[in-house]
Design a protein around this ligand. Structure first.
Ligand SMILES: [Zn+2]
Length: 65
């Protein structure tokens, strides 16, 4: 997995946000290698059109219960 060897307990998990312009919805999923913002990614579950990546960010696992 990504960042598995950062040391200490500072583990982060990276998320990718896919966005559909037509439905104005976001789909959050785990980051996959090769993802970058504005890349076409996946299909909208509502309209079936291509979605694109609108954001990529990391969350600290320690902040989640
Ligand atoms: Zn859509």
């Amino acid at each position: 997995m990504l960042g598995a060897e950062l040391g200490s307990e500072q583990r982060q998990i990276v998320f990718t946000i896919e966005h559909c312009d037509f439905c104005n919805i976001n789909n959050k999923r785990s980051f996959q290698k090769g993802d970058y913002v504005v890349k076409a990614s996946g299909r909208c579950p509502k309209c079936g059109r291509d979605m694109y990546i609108s954001a990529i960010y990391a969350e600290s696992l320690r902040q989640q219960a």
